[in-house]
Structures are given as C-alpha cells and as structure tokens.
Design a protein around this ligand. Structure first.
Ligand code: MG
Length: 376
C-alpha cells in the first residue's frame, strides 16, 4: 500500500496511553482494528437499533451492519486517496460503540437523565461514549482499562465533543478547544458514515413501507439517479420496487464516493499538506462538491421529515425513551438495585456508572431489564 505523505503512518503514531511493545507482523493500526473486533461492545452492536428497533425485522440495518457498511465505503475512499486503510477501518468499526439501545431516542433520553441528575457531569454524548468504551469500559487487559488504542484511532472515534467534555480528555480533546481538524482518515470516515446511513435508510425506509418510491422521486439526487438508471436499464420501471430502489441506491453510493474522492483530491492539490500535522492545521480537506453537498442535505431533510419523524417510528421512539428514563430513575433512586460493580459513593460517579450501564445495553436487554424492574 502506497501511503500519501498526508496520511497517518503507524510508525509515527502519537502513541498509546500505556506503553506496549510494538506488534509483530502487523502494524499498530491493524492491531487497533483487531482489538475493536474482539471487544465486547463490538458484538453488542448486532442487537442495537440503527433506525428500526432490532426485533422489528431481520433485514433492517443494525448498528453492526451499519458499521460494516461504513467501513466498506471508507476503505474504498482510503485506497482512492492513499490514506491508511487499516486506520480507516478501525475508526469505522468503532465509531458507534458508544451508542445506547434504541438509537437516537435512547441517546436523547439518557442525555436528559444525566442533565437532570448530574448536571455537572457533561451529559451523555454518543461519540464521547464510544471513546469511553475504548479508553475505559472494556475490561480485557490485566494492566489497564480499555483497549489502549493509538491516538489516531481515538482521534477519529471522537467525531464531535462538547467543550466541557473535551477539557476532560487531554490531547485527544484538544482540537475541540482550539478549533483544529482531525486527520484525513478521521474526516473521510465521518463522511463515509453519512454516505452509508443516507443510502441504507432509504433502503430500510422503503422496505418498511414508511416511505415510497413516489415520495423519493421528489428528492433531486434520487430523481436524477432514477432517470439515469432508467436510461441505462429501459425495463427498470416495470421491475419490483425493491430492485428499482436498489439500482438507484447503488448508483448514488457510487456518485457520492466518486464526488468525495475528486473534491478531496482537488483540495489536497490546492493545500498540499506534507504530513498529517499540516492536515490538522488546515481547513477541512475532505468534502463533497457544493452541488452534491446541497443534494445530500436535501436528502437528509427528507429522511428526517418522512422517516425519522414518521408516526410509527415516533411511537417506538417514545416507548424507547420511556424505558431508558425509567431504568435510569429506578437505579438513581435506589442504587442497590444495581449489581455491586456499578455502585459508587460519589453521586456524580454513580450517575455516570448508571449511564455507562444503560448505554451498554442492547435493545432486548434493556426491554428485559425494564420488565424485571417494573413488572411482577
Ligand atoms: Mg454511524
């Protein structure tokens, strides 16, 4: 693999929090990717909601299949741009490790609980939580907590962070305080995440019957690709809807990957970063063209209005929020309901321990635990 000068290089990593001997026969970022795949939180992604609650259907995306799709798209981009593919894969596979059960609904409920019961603790943020998982919560090594990943992997996982939480994090939080950028591997994975969810949510949305092909044809980027697909495949309008949607989705993913590659290449040619430290000091280098950015934003707005806020999704979200809130309330009112490893003397630490416990739950575990606490 020929690495560009602006790529992250495992031999020039800013290092791990705890010193360890260098790996044999694999590079430091490969080791990070391997550690992520072997950790507990990674396996739990299989039973966590992306948009649809896990038990609503076996074909819908879960956090796990979403993360794999992000990794696949990000790796293609890594090759196009000569970035470090192992690092990109590690960031992609770890980026959602901190997600609560029930997707964004669960996250909002948990954040509201933390704000109410531990107002100085910094709330609940899923990116920050993903970093907590790999820095603190995994218990797999005799001499340290967490997975002891490289700085570059941790930097990529921490996509967003409030200033308050950034101050607690040392070097990896610094860029949120002095407003600098992360590596290109991190920037690209972030956009690969967006390509993945915009497209798979169309697919899942149509499969669920909550959005229709007719509605999607009102969205410019979809309509454009639909017309192009019809020109390529004249019988397209006569085949089953799922095949029509799949043809459009695959073409859109391709367009987005090509556009992101070309726009980023042009920006790299303009700014000419000589190493990753220069990348961090420059404006954002990974980007879509203005036109595609506007189209992607329109698609996002469409999905918000018609899928994420569809009344059937909202009914589920409401239930999910109630479960998370009531779990939190039961434990904060009576911490002795928690198994001893989650009990703390300090009230703020107690709230955080409860938040960690709930955030780690899968959808079905949260439902079971709620039943165990509230039903006879
Ligand atoms: Mg994601």
């Amino acid at each position: 693999m020929q690495l560009a000068p602006y790529a992250c290089h495992p031999d020039h990593s800013r290092g791990r929090r705890y010193q360890e001997p260098a790996p044999q026969e694999r590079n430091a970022f490969q080791r990070d990717r391997d550690r992520i795949i072997h950790c507990n939180a990674f396996r739990l992604l299989e039973y966590k909601t992306q948009v649809f609650i896990n038990h609503e259907g076996d074909l819908f995306r879960t956090r796990l299949t979403h993360s794999i799709e992000v990794a696949q798209i990000a790796r293609a981009l890594a090759r196009n741009l000569q970035l470090h593919e192992d690092l990109i894969e590690a960031i992609a596979l770890a980026h959602d490790l901190g997600h609560t059960p029930f997707g964004h609904a669960g996250q909002e409920a948990l954040n509201a609980c933390m704000q109410q019961w531990a107002p100085d603790a910094g709330g609940f943020e899923h990116n920050y939580q993903s970093l907590r998982v790999v820095d603190k919560l995994e218990e797999r090594y005799a001499q340290f907590n967490g997975l002891n990943l490289c700085f570059e992997t941790r930097e990529g996982i921490l996509k967003h962070c409030s200033k308050k939480n950034a101050q607690r994090l040392g070097a990896v939080g610094q860029r949120f305080l002095n407003n600098t950028r992360p590596s290109l591997e991190a920037q690209i994975t972030n956009l690969a995440d967006e390509i993945a969810y915009n497209n798979h949510d169309i697919d899942d949305g149509v499969r669920s019957g909550l959005i229709t092909l007719e509605q999607l044809l009102e969205v410019e980027i979809f309509a454009q690709h639909y017309e192009a697909a019809c020109a390529r495949i004249p019988e397209l309008p006569q085949v089953e809807t799922k095949r029509q949607v799949a043809e459009v989705v695959r073409a859109m993913i391709n367009t987005l990957v090509v556009d992101l590659t070309e726009t980023t290449r042009a920006r790299l040619a303009e700014y000419r970063p000589q190493n990753v430290d220069e990348v961090r000091e420059m404006p954002v280098l990974a980007a879509f063209s203005t036109e595609v950015r506007a189209q992607a934003n329109e698609l996002k707005r469409f999905l918000h209005a018609n899928l994420y806020r569809h009344y059937q999704v909202l009914r589920m979200s409401q239930k999910a929020q109630r479960i998370v809130r009531e779990l939190f309330e039961a434990f904060i009112d009576e911490p002795r309901l928690l198994s001893p490893e989650y009990r703390c003397e300090d009230p703020m630490a107690q709230a955080r321990a409860i938040s960690d416990y709930i955030a780690g739950m899968t959808d079905r575990y949260a439902i079971r635990e709620h039943r165990a606490l509230y039903e006879m």
